[in-house]
Ligand binder design. Structure first.
Ligand SMILES: Nc1ncnc2c1ncn2[C@@H]1O[C@H](COP(=O)(O)OP(=O)(O)OP(=O)(O)O)[C@@H](O)[C@H]1O
Ligand SMILES: [Mg+2]
Length: 592
């Protein structure tokens, strides 16, 4: 087995690949994009227009005192800036519109992808890290797609328009300006690698911060009781500090880059002024030409400044995009089957099934072979850590066996469509998960179409949940809080059982489903369940042996292997593992 199945193949993610993929997200909105780009071009042209106005203004009004020019210039100026305003609005609004769409689609794709990722993926990553990607990383990408494009299009157009005007005015001066280009380009190249590295470090630190915060929120009770405030505060402060440091590195890099490029530009400006004021030159050019040229040069500085800071935003976006695309490229659950039966009979067979979570830790299940007939109830017992839950989780294909295979109605599980297979299975897990919603919606969770209340009520009744639900002021409409925090452990468990019963599937897996209940309630539920379980295949996992005595057969697991299988009476008569387990529990005064 591949020990790291979820590290996506190294694609040699050059920045351009990532950026092209990001632009792919913007592609459907190309019409808005074109309008925005048009706005940007007009905006850029108005800068050159302003510089160009300088020439007639000075030569026409101040030098030649032409009355027509004197009247025209102020009007032209206002007109120019009105145009600039409209174009600027179109450019900013249009690009941001595209950017927000990109964020929404990217986030949506991420979430939809997340829903189809295998359990193994979730075993390997913390939810805090994942959440950081949904918030911080996506925003970085949004910033990159919009700001970068805006700056790139608008400011480079501005630069081109200004340069064109400058060349028109005076070729020699302009050539001096152009010498600056390669110097700035070189600087940008040197900075790029550093920026990308620092950006990746910022991202990781954001993930760490959110992971630690999330754990502290979830574990607030443990932190209090185990007095771990100091420990958690220290852990958080370190991550927080690492985040600050990484950010400062980015800021420092930027803070050096921008003034440095301006200095280079200023040197060129000084050169031009020096040349222009040489006595040999002064005769050739008018005041208007000179001022217009200098204005254009000064106007060149802000877009140049933005173009150099562009790299930082771009690198941050690319680093974030890389990690988002790595997530999007993570393989989803294998789902190549085609069968989708309406309702299976429920014959289950494990054939020499072996399973390994982690190659370095060795197999958790080995050579597991057994059959369960339709309608049969098979109990799985064994010591903690012997692999019972793992065995159960293979049936809905939360994991696939490493060796061997599992058959349902005589057909390999992998031949069924994943959704169709899971439709046949109801499950109460060892850790009950409830959603922050009403009790009724938690019981009806995943049911297509809202089932009538009578059915919900019947399921709750069978799970003996109705007795406590009725005592709640809002009954079935009571909200349970995050993960059912407002309910007791046993109440949560009964809701989970009701949820499984409402699903009415031919296969039922109960993993310690009644472990949080007192023996009396457990017996009552089991009596109620008996009728319901008669026509479905049930795998029931329990530590409390008294709760599984009535199973048709019992399977005893020990360190991942089946050591015994048979009825309660047979196993007791055999006087092996089961009999020993049973005797210990019988002597245990806590377990009746
Ligand atoms: N997601 C996981 N990743 C890696 N190892 C795991 C994972 N889940 C369980 N294990 C390991 O697999 C072994 C079997 O675990 P499993 O949960 O199947 O035991 P169990 O019999 O259900 O125990 P319990 O009675 O305590 O619930 C254990 O050694 C456990 O450490
Ligand atoms: Mg378990």
């Amino acid at each position: 087995m591949n020990p790291t199945p979820f590290v996506p193949p190294a694609t040699g993610t050059a920045g351009t690949t990532v950026y092209r993929r990001l632009l792919g997200y913007a592609a459907p909105y190309w019409k808005v994009f074109v309008v925005a780009a048009l706005g940007m071009s007009v905006y850029g042209a108005t800068d050159a227009g302003f510089a160009a106005l300088m020439k007639p203004m000075l030569d026409g009004s101040f030098v030649r005192r032409d009355p027509a020019v004197i009247r025209m210039i102020p009007l032209l100026l206002i007109g120019l800036f009105l145009l600039r305003m409209a174009a600027g609005f179109l450019a900013t609004y249009g690009m941001s519109w595209v950017g927000r769409r990109v964020v929404m689609r990217l986030r949506g794709d991420l979430f939809h992808h997340l829903l189809r990722l295998p359990v193994r993926f979730y075993d390997a990553i913390s939810s805090g890290q994942l959440l950081a990607r949904f918030t911080y990383h996506v925003e970085q990408v949004a910033h990159a797609t919009t700001s970068v494009v805006t700056i790139l299009v608008r400011d480079s157009l501005t630069v081109v328009a200004l340069l064109a005007w400058m060349f028109y005015l005076n070729v020699e001066f302009s050539l001096i300006m152009l010498l600056v280009g390669p110097v700035i380009a070189l600087m940008v190249r040197v900075l790029t690698r550093r920026l990308r590295r620092v950006s990746a470090r910022i991202q990781n630190s954001v993930e760490d911060v959110s992971q630690i915060a999330e754990e502290a929120i979830e574990g607030n009770r443990e932190i209090k009781i185990f007095g771990a405030q100091g420990f958690e505060a220290g852990r958080f402060d370190r991550a927080n500090e690492a985040n600050r440091r990484a950010n400062m590195k980015l800021i420092a890099t930027n803070a050096v880059a921008t003034p440095l490029s301006q200095l280079v530009a200023a040197v060129a400006l000084a050169g031009v002024i020096y040349l222009a004021t040489l006595p040999s030159m002064l005769a050739d050019i008018t005041v208007g030409t000179f001022v217009s040229f200098i204005t254009a040069m000064l106007l060149l500085l802000p877009p140049l400044k933005r173009l150099t800071s562009l790299n930082a935003i771009l690198q941050r976006g690319i680093a974030a995009g890389e990690s988002l695309f790595a997530l999007l490229d993570t393989r989803t659950e294998a789902d190549t089957g085609t069968l989708h039966p309406r309702r299976v009979r429920g014959a289950v067979e494990y054939r020499s099934v072996g399973f390994t979570y982690d190659v370095s830790k060795g197999p958790v299940l080995e050579e597991i072979s057994f059959r369960v007939e339709p309608g049969e109830m098979l109990a799985i017992v064994g010591r903690s850590g012997s692999g019972k839950s793992t065995l159960g989780s293979l049936l809905p294909r939360l994991y696939d066996p490493t060796t061997g295979c599992i058959l349902l109605d005589g057909i390999d599980l992998r031949a069924y469509r994943l959704d169709a297979l899971r439709e046949q299975i109801a499950w109460v897990g060892q850790q009950v998960v409830l959603f922050n919603d009403t009790i009724a919606n938690n019981i009806a969770y995943g049911c297509c179409g809202a089932p009538e209340e009578a059915r919900i009520r019947a399921a709750a009744e069978a799970a003996h949940a109705m007795e406590f639900i009725e005592r709640l002021p809002e009954g079935l409409a009571t909200r349970v809080g995050e993960n059912g925090a407002l309910l007791s452990g046993g109440q949560r468990q009964r809701i989970a059982i009701a949820r499984a019963l409402l699903k009415d599937a031919p296969l039922l897996i109960l993993d310690e489903a009644t472990a949080s209940l007192d023996s009396h309630s457990e017996r009552e539920i089991q009596a109620g369940l008996e009728a319901l379980l008669r026509d479905r295949t049930t795998l029931i996992i329990a530590h409390r042996l008294s709760s599984v005595e009535r199973a048709d057969r019992l399977l005893v697991l020990d360190r991942g292997r089946i050591v015994e299988i048979g009825t309660h009476a047979e196993l007791l008569a055999r006087d092996g593992h089961y009999a020993a387990l049973y005797r210990t529990q019988f002597r245990d005064p806590v377990t009746p």
